[in-house]
Ligand binder design. Structure first.
Ligand code: ATP
Length: 945
């Protein structure tokens, strides 16, 4: 009573989550005011929805944001900069200290924004893979988005489902659940309805199932007792703070690379500082120069660029209907060497239409297309619709009647009229069989009303058939068993075949197999049907009951046309050096025929196709050879898929594998790229997959491989662009320290170059479109380093060019009578100009810069414009001149050092060259600058203005 009061009064916490396992079902029903046979009514649902909200895990709280912001400070470069700011502050150079701090702040904010955006992009992906739940509401079975579940809903579960909320089980049959997501226990647990004592730990609550766990076998029904953040999963989510990271092996490798580099550069900077001091240079100035060296040489933009490039790749893939669930896979995709794909729905449309029927005494054609009722059954060869329509009950062929009935009644699909279009709900194979039963005049609903279903052996890929028991009497009273399934499997169970008069006769297997061969040769998918009568005391429906006792009634052959784009995609994969293999549960004849239609290579050294049973007969050491040389595998079970992947991986292949069933999960995990089907896949398969295809199409896998390659290209481009920049900056300063000369670029100016060019120029490379011919080169070897020696030489050359150019312009300006500030400004501008031109060279790693369309990547154009505006500002704006110790420079030779004589008149009001005072400042010969007195070059290392 006390419990019930709590339950009805306290919002989302209404049903004390931890208590439901201690209550008998009827109390839970009372508590949650629901109905165990009809579920909730529409009014109850909408009321509870507004009271309890959506069934979603809460988004990360603001605390997460602060943590993320603070994380940005945890970076060696920031430490170096903070140290530099402190030292310059202590030295009284407050302006410089302020500039450095501002740069730290801006850098942090940029990092924060980038990380937030990348995470938001990934978050958005989750909503693309929506989880559905099947509920009973108002007596109607409905499929709804799991967000719409409310407490009290009656949820129906079957193998492959992801449990959408915390449920108290009310009915179940052989229900087993994988709770590893919650308890870490990898073995699936059996469930039952018994009431449990108070204090039973979550892992032992057999009468409950929890949100986020997976049903591996059986069926069940449960009442929703907790949703969203109130579920056990929500609790864990809250405890962990649910921080989504964007780390992948590559980002980790690069982060390691940058930190090693950082340590090396810091050591070098320390050495340079020591060398400078030993040689008698001013410690304070040498320290600042050493900081400039460190700041310049550390490639601080690298981790951010990697994250952004990956996030952009993931977004592009989502646009092409491949939703990435695990980020590291984006890298792996680019190295994929073999794609193992199933057939139904991936290479084919999964739009089934029964075209031919066979019974032990006759063959029939079926007319009509799609799932519409229009169409007829006529004797084979006579042609429909001219041929006489068959009305099974009035014809002499009883086997046809029983075959159509088995197809229609041993069936969970539905056909609905959606506008003008007849649509299949449920398994397309079953929908096709339901339609043909209608074309044959069978009233399935009438049969079911008179002979309700008393038992079911559901279809699974292992069982390969489905059986239902129907009887007009009470359960356990015998009746009729109807079966449909894979031909080989059903034949194993049959001892007889039905003759036209409806009497069992000895089965003629050879004849049946010949008929199957004839039908599959044209690419039709063939299922067999069978039946048996059970005596009154036969007990419940079980596999053993059927062994050898079924009577074959016929074959149904359906057309599932190959997808339009499949052949082109297979060709593209072959051009890209990626092998394509079909691994299907279907008959070998059907598989081969579709394989030929989509252009899979089925001739050559290996056998044309291997079936699951042949695979089992191949010794382990010969398997890799056999698997490598064969492209079609038929009647393969999920366990055999695991063997296939292992064999390919042992040959160094990087394997992408598709799967949709609950038992495909291990294979999807074992594959380098696990791909599951968004439409037809079970939740278990989606959960195990790295990528979910929202359209189930093979072409999408090919598109994902292409995008994966592009991500790698763009990352390489960024690295090839950024490393010379950093090396160049570091070397410019190192040379200055070593020769004891004046710094041609000041630390704050280096900061300017680094921060602006990385964002405005470098990051824009992440948006580069695909290189032409990206799919006509072989896959990247997974162990190949990011930088080949050609690229390394290129990086060194550009670094040297940058150093030489910077020193050259600096010396030239000084020799021409320019002030230090002017000479440095020229050096900064030259440095940025070289980077800018080099950016264009990095846009393609295979083509010369002029062959890449300038506007192919509009972001680059925007970045260049922004960077140029920034350079104008730092050169000519008095404020920036003051902050960065720069000065307006002359654009024409022979102008002398006063910009006022050289600049176009419209620029003058914006420059510091408009007045006498500014002119003096621009020369850098003011009596004192923000960092102390003016120094001559001959006095050794100087970085003051
Ligand atoms: N709903 C069903 N009821 C009974 N038998 C079925 C059903 N669906 C498929 N089958 C039979 O079981 C076989 C294996 O099915 P499975 O789902 O493993 O693979 P598939 O659908 O043929 O092809 P793929 O593996 O390419 O998706 C099918 O070829 C078919 O003969």
């Amino acid at each position: 009573m006390e419990r019930a009061r709590q339950a009805n009064s306290a919002g989302r916490k209404a049903a004390p989550v931890s208590d439901h396992h201690t209550l008998p079902v009827h109390e839970v029903v009372l508590l949650l005011e629901t109905d165990i046979t009809k579920g909730l009514g529409p009014g109850q649902v909408s009321r509870r929805r507004s009271q309890f909200g959506a069934n979603m895990l809460p988004r990360s709280k603001r605390g997460g944001m602060w943590r993320k912001l603070l994380r940005q400070f945890n970076n060696p470069l920031v430490y170096v900069l903070l140290a530099a700011a402190a030292v310059t502050g202590v030295l009284g150079e407050y302006l410089d200290s302020g500039v450095i701090l501002a740069v730290v702040l801006v850098n942090t904010l940029i990092g924060f924004v980038q990380e937030t955006r990348a995470e938001a992009a990934l978050d958005a992906l989750h909503s693309l893979v929506r989880t559905a739940a099947v509920v009973l509401r108002d007596g109607q079975r409905q499929e709804i988005p799991s967000e719409d579940l409310v407490p009290g809903d009656l949820v129906l579960l079957e193998a492959g489902d992801k449990v959408p909320a915390d449920l108290r089980l009310v009915r179940l049959s052989g229900l087993r659940v994988d709770e590893s997501a919650l308890t870490g226990e990898s073995e699936a647990v059996s469930k039952d309805e018994v009431v449990l004592p108070v204090g039973t730990p979550v892992a032992d609550r057999r009468n409950m199932v929890y949100s986020g766990t997976l049903v591996t076998a059986g069926t069940g029904e449960g009442i929703v007792v907790a949703i969203g953040g109130e579920t056990e999963l929500g609790e864990i989510h809250r405890l962990m703070g649910a921080v989504q990271t964007v780390a992948t092996p590559l980002t980790r490798k690069l982060a390691r690379f940058s930190s090693t580099l950082t340590v090396a550069i810091l050591a070098l900077a320390a050495l340079a500082f020591a060398a400078g001091v030993v040689r008698g240079q001013q410690p304070a100035e040498t320290f600042t120069a050493a900081v400039a060296l460190a700041v310049g040489a550390i490639p601080e933009g690298l981790p951010a660029a990697v994250t952004v490039t990956l996030a952009i790749g993931v977004r592009r893939m989502a646009r092409r209907r491949a939703v990435v669930r695990r980020l590291p896979v984006v890298e792996t995709l680019g190295s994929t060497t073999v794609i193992c794909s199933d057939k139904t729905g991936t290479f084919t449309e999964n739009q089934m239409t029964v075209r031919a029927l066979w019974t032990p005494s006759a063959s029939y054609d079926v007319s009509g297309s799609g799932y519409g009722p229009a169409g007829r059954i006529s004797a084979a060869g006579k042609g429909a619709p001219e041929g006489a329509a068959v009305e099974p009950e009035s014809t002499q062929d009883a086997a046809l009647y029983w075959s159509l009935l088995a197809g229609g009644a041993c069936n969970d699909a539905k056909i609905v009229l959606d506008g003008q279009l007849w649509q299949a709900q449920g398994d397309p194979t079953e929908a096709a069989m339901l339609v043909v039963a209608g074309k044959g005049g069978i009233d399935v609903a009438e049969f079911l009303a008179a002979n309700p279903r008393r038992g079911t052996l559901p279809f699974t890929s292992e069982r390969q058939y489905m059986a239902t028991l129907h009887s007009p009497a009470l359960p356990g009273q015998g009746g009729t068993v109807l079966v449909k399934g894979a031909v080989e499997r059903v034949l194993e169970l049959c001892g007889t075949q039905l003759d036209p008069s409806g009497r069992p006769a000895p089965i003629r297997r050879q004849e049946v197999l010949e008929a199957v061969h004839g039908l599959t040769r044209t690419g039709l998918r063939v299922l067999a049907t069978a039946m048996m009568h059970l005596p009154k005391d036969a007990g419940p429906l079980a596999e053993e009951v059927l062994e050898g006792r079924l009577t074959l009634t016929g074959l149904q052959a359906m057309l599932d046309p190959p997808r339009n784009a499949a052949a082109a995609s297979v060709r593209a994969c072959h051009d890209a050096g990626v092998g394509v293999k079909m691994i299907t549960g279907d008959h070998v004849g059907t598989a081969l025929s579709i394989a030929d239609a989509v252009g899979l290579r089925t001739s050559g050294e290996g056998s044309r196709a291997l079936t699951g049973s042949l695979l089992d007969a191949i010794p382990e050491h010969q398997l890799p050879d056999a698997v490598e040389q064969t492209n079609v595998f038929a009647r393969v079970s999920p366990e055999q898929k695991l063997r296939l992947i292992g064999a390919l991986q042992s040959r160094g292949h990087v394997v992408a594998m598709t799967g949709d069933g609950v038992n495909d999960a291990p294979a999807l995990r074992q594959a380098d790229v696990g791909v599951s089907m968004g439409r037809s896949g079970t939740e278990a398969a989606k959960e195990a997959a790295d990528i979910v295809l929202t359209d189930d199409d093979f072409a999408t896998i090919e598109a994902a491989v292409e995008e994966g390659r592009n991500v790698f290209d763009n990352l390489t481009k960024f690295i090839v662009w950024t490393l010379p920049t950093n090396m160049g900056e570091g070397l410019v300063i190192l040379v200055a320290i070593l020769i004891g000369g004046t710094l041609p670029i000041l630390p704050t100016q280096i900061l300017w170059i680094n921060m602006t060019t990385a964002v405005a120029l470098g990051l824009m490379l992440a948006f580069e479109p695909k290189e032409p011919g990206i799919m006509s080169r072989p896959p990247r070897k997974p162990d190949r380093p990011l930088l080949t020696w050609v690229l390394t030489v290129r990086i060194i050359l550009v670094s040297v060019l940058l150093v030489a150019g910077t020193w050259w312009i600096f010396e030239l300006e000084l020799a021409g009578g320019a002030s230090l500030a002017e000479a440095r400004t020229a050096a900064v501008n030259l440095f940025v100009a070289v980077e800018l031109f080099y950016l264009f060279s990095c846009r393609s790693l295979t083509r010369p810069a002029w062959r890449v369309g300038v506007f192919a990547n509009p972001w680059i154009v925007l970045g260049v414009v922004l960077q140029m505006a920034g350079q104008l500002a730092i050169t000519y704006s008095p404020l920036m001149n003051g902050l960065f110790h720069t000065a307006p420079i002359n654009l024409k030779p022979g102008c002398g050092s006063s910009a006022s004589r050289c600049l176009p008149p419209w620029l003058l009001p914006w420059t510091s060259a408009s007045g006498e005072q500014a002119s003096r400042r621009s020369r850098g010969d003011a009596a004192s600058g923000p960092l102390g007195p003016v120094c001559g070059r001959e006095n050794g290392l100087r970085w003051a203005t």
